[in-house]
Design a binder for this molecule. Structure first.
Ligand code: ATP
Ligand code: MG
Length: 204
């Protein structure tokens, strides 16, 4: 077979494969007819969980949807997404302590977690909110700061159309079970390990 024939043959095979793939994908797209609020969990040890959560909120706000954000771990830095989204009237509830691994006072942490959770519960009961981001909620469950069953209950009984994104490492088994979409961000490498500090506009 000449080089030209080989190339034609390859193109034909490629086209047939793509055609079969398209048919399969089209079939699955037309089968997926249900429309309802999704619960998404973004977990794992790699960087990008909070970034992805805020990306989804920004996408929703861009389409005119109403969003709310609860940050269960307040960073020590200014949050760029908060600065932007508050300009679009997105309400924020921010837990009144620093990173949990910096704090020493469990009782104060639990009290702060409960106050933030109260704000989250109100958002999860508010049908006017189309999407709620519960950033770093997973730690509140793994540290036993909040009752798992109550959290699961509120998530399960939220308005049917409401999207929720939960972020944080080590997502609780019950949260993963309840969720519709779960993504695990894997750490391959992180700049911090090479001594590069967290920088404004990229890390926060
Ligand atoms: P981001 O907010 O950048 O999307 P994240 O939400 O996935 O990160 P967290 O576990 O919430 O990550 O950690 C918060 C901070 O720790 C961020 O500043 C992030 O850059 C940093 N970080 C995330 N993953 C790692 C890692 N694997 N090693 C070191 N630092 C990390
Ligand atoms: Mg995060």
């Amino acid at each position: 077979m000449s080089d030209v024939d080989k190339s034609t043959n390859r193109s034909d095979n490629h086209q047939k494969r793509q055609q079969r793939l398209k048919e399969k994908v089209d079939e699955r797209i037309s089968a997926a007819q249900e429309e309802r609020g999704i619960l998404q969990v973004i977990t794992g040890n790699g960087k990008g969980k909070t970034t992805a959560g805020f990306g989804t909120v920004t996408r929703a706000v861009g389409h005119g949807l109403k969003a709310g954000v609860v940050q269960f771990i307040k960073g020590t830095w200014d949050c760029g997404e908060r600065k932007l989204l508050e300009k679009f009237d997105v309400p924020f509830v921010v837990m009144a302590t620093g990173f949990t691994w910096e704090t020493q006072n469990r009782e104060a942490d639990i009290a702060a977690a409960k106050t933030a959770w109260q704000g989250a519960k109100e958002m999860l009961a508010n049908p006017e909110l189309d999407i709620v981001l519960l950033d770093e909620l997973t730690y509140m469950l793994s540290y036993d700061y909040l009752p798992v069953d109550e959290v699961i209950d509120c998530l399960a009984n939220r308005p049917k159309h409401q999207f929720v994104v939960v972020t944080g490492r080590a997502a609780h088994r019950k949260l993963v079970e309840l969720a519709d979409t779960v993504s695990e961000v894997k750490n391959v490498k992180h700049a911090f390990d090479a001594g590069i500090k967290a920088q404004v506009g990229f890390d926060y």
